[in-house]
Design a protein around this ligand. Structure first.
Ligand SMILES: C[S@@+](CC[C@H](N)C(=O)[O-])C[C@H]1O[C@@H](n2cnc3c(N)ncnc32)[C@H](O)[C@@H]1O
Length: 330
């Protein structure tokens, strides 16, 4: 494994900027990663343009997540258990993306690592790579994955992925450095097929010295108590606990990025920095950089779970731009 501080030079061949690259998305959830890859969305009046990636097919086991995805992104999503899928049934693609389930690698989860059935789901990438030979693979996960069992877990995963004829780097990205108003770090395992020269350059952090705060993201919602902004009236009316140790039940701090928006909702949703209630579903979606027209149609629990599971679309868009920059030059 190389880290992103050790970068081979990029090949300088120039081609048209209007290229498009077919993508397959695994474990797509409600589509945070996919929205970022696709581009063409607005967040807080900023435009995140088209990237050149065309998602041909996406796969997800949860029918509720599939519904959210198809409503907001497109009907190329398939409800499927990826452990049963025949990769020959997946359309051809040049880029394979996905966030394999992270509960067993998360510092706040059961930490079963590779010993659980869920911990083995990264192997779906292997079988798809074997058949389709995508040029690039981007697998997203939690940073604790790199530390588990003193690095043994990530070494196993990377050696399995590399044995398919790829070389990988792990990019650890801190979301506030990319304009996401939330304390969240994610790891992107980026793989390039061995016959291709060079490597994508990780996205440059552009907000390191001006992190966006929770109030920057949601203060305009303070007086909105109805659905004039979708999902703004939806929140848990649970009592405030005494202490949450940063894992929920805390009161958000004004002037700073919010705490991490987590998938296992209920009592874990943070309290508003000023109002006597927990954050609403829309406020959680804003902190994850979903546009306001991205709708969540399920219960508070399911909606917060989908939002908390997602890659912030703005962060994903930065990663996608880096990958597109590389593809344009090979
Ligand atoms: C970390 S989430 C992915 C979030 C997504 N990348 C996003 O940005 O919105 C992992 C997803 O894998 C799905 N999943 C878990 N096991 C699966 C399986 N066997 N087949 C297909 N999807 C599965 C879960 O339902 C969950 O939505």
């Amino acid at each position: 494994m190389a880290t992103h501080t050790q970068l081979p030079a990029i090949n300088k061949k120039k081609t048209s900027s209007a290229q498009s690259w077919p993508v397959c998305s695994l474990f797509a959830g409600c589509g945070g990663l996919d929205l970022g890859f696709k581009g063409r969305f607005n967040f807080k009046d900023e435009e995140y343009p088209e990237t050149g990636f065309e998602i041909r097919a996406a796969y997800e086991i949860s029918p509720q997540a599939v519904k959210t995805y198809s409503l907001n992104i497109g009907d190329h999503i398939h409800e499927a258990d990826l452990t049963d899928i025949d990769p020959n049934d997946i359309p051809a693609h040049e880029v394979l993306i996905g966030g394999f389930p992270c509960q067993d690698f998360s510092s706040c989860g059961p930490q079963k690592g590779l010993s659980s059935e869920r911990g083995q789901l990264y192997k779906v990438f292997l079988k798809v790579m074997r058949v389709h030979r995508p040029k690039l693979v981007i697998a997203e996960n939690v940073p604790h994955l790199l530390r588990m069992k003193k690095g043994e877990v990530i070494r196993t995963i990377l050696s399995d992925l590399e044995s398919e004829g790829y070389r990988f780097q792990a990019w650890t990205l801190y979301a506030p450095d990319y304009g996401v108003p939330q304390n969240r770090t994610r790891v992107f395992l980026v793989g390039v097929r061995n016959d291709l020269d060079g490597f994508p350059v990780p996205p440059a952090p552009i907000h390191t010295f001006n992190h966006r705060s929770i109030d920057w993201a949601i203060s305009d919602l303070e007086d909105v108590v109805d659905e004039s902004v979708p999902n703004q009236s939806q929140y848990f009316k649970a009592n405030r606990a005494k202490r949450g140790n940063g894992q929920g039940d805390e009161t958000s701090r004004i002037g700073e990025p919010s705490y991490t928006i987590r998938a296992n909702a209920k009592s874990r949703v943070q309290f508003h920095y000023r109002l006597p209630r927990r954050l609403t579903v829309r406020e959680c979606a804003r902190l994850q950089t979903f546009p306001d027209d991205f709708l969540f149609t399920h219960s508070t629990t399911t909606n917060v779970m989908q939002i908390g599971n997602a890659v912030p679309p703005v962060l994903a868009h930065h990663v996608a731009q880096s990958i597109a920059g590389y593809l344009r030059n090979i």
